[in-house]
Design a protein around this ligand. Sequence first.
Ligand SMILES: [Ca+2]
Ligand SMILES: [Ca+2]
Ligand SMILES: [Ca+2]
Length: 198
Amino acid sequence: MRGRPSHVPISKESILMRLNKSAILFVGVVIAASMTTGPATASADVPGDVLRIVEVGTDAMGADSYANRNREFVKFQNVSDGPIDVANVLVEDNWAHAKTVKGDAHTCNTYKIVDLPDNGTTVIAKGEYVTVFNGSRLGGDRKINGSEYQLFADSDTDCGTAGQFFNNNNDTAWVTKANGDVLSSYSWDHNGGYVFKP
Ligand SMILES: [Ca+2]
Ligand SMILES: [Ca+2]
Ligand SMILES: [Ca+2]
């Protein structure tokens, strides 16, 4: 590639290679964000762009084990101006999301919201959070700080690596409708992070 004339167009590939990691992540977020702005579908019971991922745990510190599955989690917020019913909202990784989109049944790497603790409904108020942990908790689901619902997926040891399924180096956390329509997503493509705050 030495001596390339300056008038030769630069390929997309070479441009991508020049981007640093954060820029690539930014591109990913922009792409993901654009996916939430498509036309609403008839099956929607949650409109797009009202739930936003604000924090993702991707990699338990140290060895990933069944015991520390809760270091993998997805936290999202109701960023709309009113209450949102999150019934049947899915939290998944790339593997499970692809299956949901194709309509393939799967039980691993997925969590469907069917209930909220300390709430007779599945409606979260404006500004409230839902955090889905991959592990379990003695006492089960709970609401903390008056504004955060903590749900525990209790992922099976056969799913992913000992129940941890957000790939440490490259994966996406998806929050979608039951049919896979994207409400929010966050992608990462490098090791070295334990928790990301988009
Ligand atoms: Ca992981
Ligand atoms: Ca680890
Ligand atoms: Ca995965």
